[in-house]
Each structure stands twice: as structure tokens, then as C-alpha cells.
Write a protein that binds this ligand. Structure first.
Ligand code: CMP
Ligand code: MG
Ligand code: ZN
Length: 639
């Protein structure tokens, strides 16, 4: 099955994660930003209208973006006059939960006077960009209008180079720093702002913006409409500002990934398969083949790198490699047909789909993303190939240890954290105490929630929460539901994948049935190899478990992510889909934000196939019964 990590690694050093994964920065930019929107809003030529030095706690600036002017009032967390650049950064605070403001607020006053694009800074042409030098030595002073133009041009250029994968980390850093300084400099005084405040007012509170981008953003935002009603056609424009700010998250994450190139080497075949990593029906079986039985190591590594976790949480690459190899070994300990490293890789990839393709990653902090990915990777660690029911009924040591409650889930978590305590595998060694505690709590909550006995309660709780007028969804609960859904998602994948998974699971269940027979225990459901209605069980599993779960999960995602999306595309990895006309881009004033749901068609197709299969099986059974009941044919008489 799985080869030991080291041996495999040494035998296959060809191509690197960044250089050879085939999943280029360009692609990442596209995926995360859904591109042009991202580029457009982020680099939409912010222009200073006027600038004065700050006189109080609040500082202001006027930005022109997308043909609109915005007065932004900032209350920097460090207070006015605090050094903003090159100052050593404090350790990042624990990530905000439920959007609790942590970094001071920004207030945006949107003005519609500079309505036409031509009045603001025009989008630079390709020729202009081609002529640009990224030298940062001879730039205008940051508090001049000229600096704004230069910074905007540079941001455009950087985005283009990022898309092409042609930029060094140092150049990126220097230019972003310059742009950040320019933005920080464009403040006006309070009196002037009040005079301008005859328009709509919106408050932005911080949410999931990583500390590294604070310099660039000046502060963190979430959106909150403050005063007068806006004209509906202007609303997306305001959102594009919020998204422009959010887009900084991605630049930051991409940047981190670029810098962590001294990483594990990936075999070319793995690199090839990983190119389709963002697809809903990703072929994890192909990854298994390409990775010579070690899919989890490569997939886990690729994901943690893609989301910038290796850089952000300073995970030493060799430690991560050892951790993933040991986790993968643990999955192979009992040679399970289903609960093995391949299942872990499958669930982790599906979680990745949810994070990146629905935009969930925008709502979660870095630490929450890190915890979610690790939870997916370890969620069935050292699975015994038998169910909780079997552990309880057979009185296993593990059942004794965990008092018959969530026996396996407790073991997966406990064994994984025990492994992390091993110095060679301690991927959390550079987390602060607070970060570690939060990470651990999140992982424990998420993996415990994969216990199927919690399924109906979990769905019921989320459903009733979503019926509230203004639901506040807990990050941990949301991530737990996502992980749970991904754990049972194979019936919602392409038929060939789902069928293969089902056969593996049934093999495992039947092996348990064999053990139950040996031990004189009653068969657990679906475990009697001679008396299990496979097709019917799958139809039931799809109709009563998977479909409702995916439905609630989608409702939850639409509820929490709706406010983060807009028709501006920026920062979102996909378009909102109009409720009344699939494929049409949602106009948030008239339609509710919808995520794409590739699982709906798969579920329906698979159910149909199982139904046909069930009909055939029933026919075959009836025939067999008839034959069994019919009197034996008379023996031929001897002449
Ligand atoms: P586990 O992966 O630990 O958590 C989710 C559980 O759902 C899984 O174990 C199985 O017990 C169960 N499960 C997944 N797929 C199916 C299926 N096709 N039919 C029945 N049960 C399933
Ligand atoms: Mg499990
Ligand atoms: Zn599982």
C-alpha cells in the first residue's frame, strides 16, 4: 500500500511544489480572486482627492476607486502618530470569532460624484505596464498625488506579474510596502470629512484579515451599512471596496507561498494530478497511483502550502513532511479497505473545494483554515476499520478508554495530538500559546463532530439557527458541519468515484461482520455480507443523510458568505449565481447569493443509477426465490 515517506521522497525528487506542482501562482490568483475582478478592484487606481495630516485619533482619506469616491475614516489600533512602517510587529492577536472587531474600525463614506471612470485614474494599458520599472529607490514622496498614481500602477503591474508567476518575493514586498505607505498617507482631517458626509455612511469592521496585511490595508474591515439607504445600483460599488481590501488577503497568502519554496519535492505525476485539485470530482484514486500510495503526504503538503499555512505558522517543511508521513502510516495501520489514507486525502480535498470554491476561506481566519485542513487530514487517523458500535459491543480498549462515547473520534484526535507532541512532527511548534489553544479546540470540535451519532442533532441545530432573522453562525460550528459533509460526500461525487468508495466501504463493513460472527455478536447494519441490500442502502444514505446534509451546508454557506460576495467578483473564487436564472450573475439587490452546487447533479445521477440497480437486484432476488421455491424437476426416469 503505502511506502514509507522518506524512501518514497528520496526516490522521487523531481520538481518542486511551486516550481513543478503545476499549480502555479497564476492559477492560485485566478482561483482565489476569480481574477479580473480581483485585479480590477484591488488595482483600481486609488487617487487621493486631498490629504492633510492627522490631527486626532481618527484619520481620513478620500479614495477614488472604480469611478467612485470614498471618504475613509480610520481609527488605527496604535493611535494617531504611531509608527506605521518598519516597526516590529506585535505577535498576531487570536483570530476574531464571529467578526468581533479587533483592530479598530474604518468608516467609509461613499460619494457618487466621480461617477465616470474617465474622471478617475484610467486603467493603465499593457504598454504602460510594460514600460514600468519596479525600482523603489526613486519614487515620489508617499503623501503626494503622484505617489498615488505610481502606487496604483505598481499594484496593477504586480497583479499582472503575479498572474504570470514572474515576480520575486523581494520586489513584491518592496512595492507592496510602498503602496501601503501611500495609502496610509492619504488622510484628510475630521472637519473636512464632516462637510463631505452628506452621503451614505458605512462602517467596516475587521474580520478575517491576517496581521501581515495590516500595513497594506491600514486596518481591517468588515462591512456594515450605517446611515442612509443607498441607491441599489451603487451598492456593488461599495462592496468592491470591501473586496478590494479583502483581496489583500490573497495577495498576502500568495506572497507567503512564493516565499516558502524550499520545500518538499513532488514527483511529476503527482504534480500532474494536482492540477485538478480544485475540482469537485477530483480523482483521488489517480493521486494515489501517482503518489505511489502516499496521497495524503503530497495533498496535505500542497494544501497547507497553498493556503500559506507553512509560512504563516512557520511550520518547518521537514517537520511537516514527517508529520504527514506518520499520519499516513497511521491510516495504513489496519489495512482498511475504506478508512485509510486515501479517504483522508479525499476528505481533505473536498474540504479544500469548500474553502476555495465557495469563498469560505474569506470568512475564516488563517488559524481557522489551518485547523480545518489539519482536522480533515487527521479526522480518521488510526481508524481500526470497525465502527464505534463494534468497539462498544466488543468492549475494546478504546471503548473502555473513552467510555463508549465517540470512541473512534476521540482516538483520532488524541493520537494525532500525541504525534504532534513528538518533536519531529510538531507542526505547531511556532504557534503562540493562545494560537495553540484555539487550534486545538477547533480541531477537537471538528473531529468530534464527525461522529455520525451527532449527525441529526448537528443538522437540526444548524437548520434552526438559519431560520433566525439574523443568524450568527459560530466559526467552529460552520467548519464542523463542512468537515462532516465532506466526510460523507462521496455519494455526491461522480458515479465512478462514488461506486468505488461504496464498494470499499462495504468490504470494510463486511469484514467487520465477519468479526462479529466470530465473536458471536449481532451483525451491525450493513455488515452481513449475505444479507445487505447494497443499492437500497445507498439510496437511503443519499436521501436521508447526504442530501439533507449538503442542503443545510449550502444554506449555511450562502447565509454566511452572502454578505462577503458581490457582483464585483473581487476576492471571491466564483460568481454568485442568480436564484431565478442559473448561470446569471446575481445582482445582490434582486437575488440572494447562491453558491455553485456540483453535488446536486451528482447526487441525482447516482441515486438514479442505484434505483436501476435496486430494481435489477429485486428482480434477481425474486427469480432466485422462485427457483428455490419451485419443486425440483422430476429426475429422469430410467427406461
Ligand atoms: P467515517 O468516515 O468515520 O464518518 C462518516 C461515516 O459515514 C463513515 O465513516 C461511514 O461510517 C458512513 N458512510 C460513508 N459513506 C457511506 C455509505 N456510502 N453508506 C453508508 N455509510 C456511509
Ligand atoms: Mg470518522
Ligand atoms: Zn471519515
Amino acid at each position: 500500500m503505502m511506502r514509507r515517506g522518506k524512501a518514497l521522497l528520496e526516490g522521487s525528487r523531481q520538481g518542486s511544489v511551486d516550481g513543478g506542482s503545476g499549480v502555479s501562482d497564476k492559477e492560485l490568483v485566478h482561483k482565489c480572486h476569480s481574477d479580473p475582478g480581483g485585479g480590477r478592484a484591488l488595482g483600481a487606481a486609488p487617487r487621493t482627492v486631498r490629504h492633510r495630516s492627522a490631527s486626532g485619533a481618527a484619520r481620513k482619506c478620500v479614495l477614488t476607486l472604480d469611478g467612485y469616491s470614498y471618504v475613509i475614516v480610520a481609527s488605527p489600533p496604535g493611535g494617531a502618530g504611531a509608527p506605521r512602517e518598519e516597526a516590529p510587529r506585535p505577535p498576531p492577536p487570536p483570530a476574531p470569532r464571529n467578526g468581533t472587531p479587533k483592530q479598530g474600525g474604518l468608516t467609509i463614506v461613499r460619494r457618487s460624484s466621480s461617477r465616470h471612470k474617465s474622471e478617475s485614474c484610467p486603467t493603465p494599458t499593457d504598454e504602460q505596464l510594460d514600460q514600468l520599472s519596479l525600482d523603489t529607490d526613486h519614487l515620489p514622496a508617499v503623501d503626494t498625488p503622484d505617489a498615488c498614481d505610481k502606487a496604483a500602477l505598481r499594484l496593477r503591474y504586480l497583479l499582472r506579474q503575479l498572474n504570470r508567476g514572474e515576480i520575486s518575493a523581494e520586489t513584491l514586498q518592496k512595492n507592496l510596502q510602498y503602496a501601503a505607505r501611500v495609502l496610509e498617507a492619504v488622510y484628510i482631517d475630521e472637519t473636512k470629512r464632516l462637510a463631505d458626509e452628506d452621503d451614505e455612511l458605512s462602517e467596516v469592521q475587521p474580520d478575517a484579515v491576517p496581521p501581515e496585511v495590516r500595513e497594506w490595508l491600514a486596518s481591517t474591515f468588515t462591512r456594515q451599512l450605517a446611515t442612509a439607504k443607498r441607491k441599489s445600483d451603487e451598492k456593488p460599488k461599495f462592496r468592491s471596496v470591501a473586496h478590494a481590501i479583502r483581496a489583500g488577503i490573497f495577495v498576502d497568502r500568495i506572497y507567503r507561498r512564493v516565499t516558502s519554496t524550499a520545500l518538499m519535492q513532488f514527483p511529476q505525476d503527482v504534480v500532474r494530478v494536482l492540477k485538478t485539485l480544485d475540482e469537485w470530482s477530483f480523482d483521488v484514486f489517480a493521486l494515489f497511483e501517482a503518489a505511489a500510495g502516499a496521497p495524503l503526504k503530497y495533498l496535505g503538503y500542497e494544501l497547507l502550502n497553498r493556503y500559506g499555512m507553512i509560512h504563516k505558522f512557520k511550520v518547518p517543511p521537514t517537520i511537516l513532511e514527517s508529520f504527514l508521513s506518520r499520519i499516513e502510516e497511521g491510516y495504513c495501520k489496519f489495512n482498511n479497505p475504506y478508512h485509510n489514507n486515501l479517504h483522508a486525502a479525499d476528505v481533505a480535498q473536498t474540504v479544500h473545494y469548500m474553502l476555495c470554491q465557495t469563498g469560505l476561506m474569506n470568512w475564516l481566519s488563517d488559524l481557522e483554515i489551518f485547523a480545518t485542513l489539519v482536522a480533515a487530514v487527521i479526522h480518521d487517523f488510526e481508524h481500526t476499520g470497525t465502527t464505534n458500535n463494534f468497539h462498544v459491543m466488543s468492549g475494546s480498549d478504546t471503548a473502555l478508554l473513552y467510555n463508549d462515547r465517540a470512541v473512534l473520534e476521540n482516538h483520532h484526535i488524541s493520537a494525532a495530538f500525541r504525534l504532534i507532541k513528538d518533536e519531529e512532527c510538531n507542526i505547531l511548534q511556532n504557534l503562540s500559546r493562545d494560537e495553540f489553544r484555539e487550534f486545538r479546540t477547533l480541531v477537537i470540535d471538528m473531529v468530534l463532530a464527525t461522529d455520525m451519532s451527532f449527525h441529526f442533532q448537528q443538522l437540526k441545530n444548524m437548520r434552526s439557527l438559519l431560520t433566525l432573522a439574523e443568524p450568527t453562525v459560530d466559526k467552529s460550528k460552520a467548519a464542523s458541519l463542512v468537515l462532516h459533509c465532506c466526510d460523507i460526500s462521496h455519494p455526491a461525487k461522480r458515479w465512478d468515484l462514488h461506486h468505488r468508495w461504496t464498494m470499499s466501504l462495504l468490504d470494510e463493513f463486511f469484514l467487520q461482520g465477519d468479526k462479529e460472527r466470530e465473536l458471536g455478536l449481532p451483525f451491525s447494519p450493513l455488515c452481513d455480507r449475505n444479507n445487505t441490500l447494497v443499492a437500497e442502502s445507498q439510496i437511503g444514505f443519499i436521501e436521508f443523510i447526504v442530501e439533507p446534509s449538503m442542503g443545510v451546508c449550502a444554506d449555511m454557506l450562502e447565509c454566511i458568505l452572502g454578505p462577503l460576495h458581490s457582483s464585483s467578483k473581487t476576492g471571491a473564487s466564483q460568481e454568485p449565481i442568480s436564484e431565478d436564472a442559473p448561470g446569471k450573475i446575481a445582482n445582490e439587490t434582486s437575488t440572494k447569493f447562491k453558491i455553485r452546487k456540483p453535488w446536486v447533479a451528482c447526487l441525482s445521477d447516482n441515486k438514479k443509477i442505484w434505483k436501476e440497480q435496486a430494481a435489477k437486484d429485486a428482480e434477481a432476488r425474486a427469480k432466485a426465490e422462485e427457483e428455490a421455491n419451485s419443486p425440483p424437476a422430476p429426475a429422469p426416469t430410467e427406461e
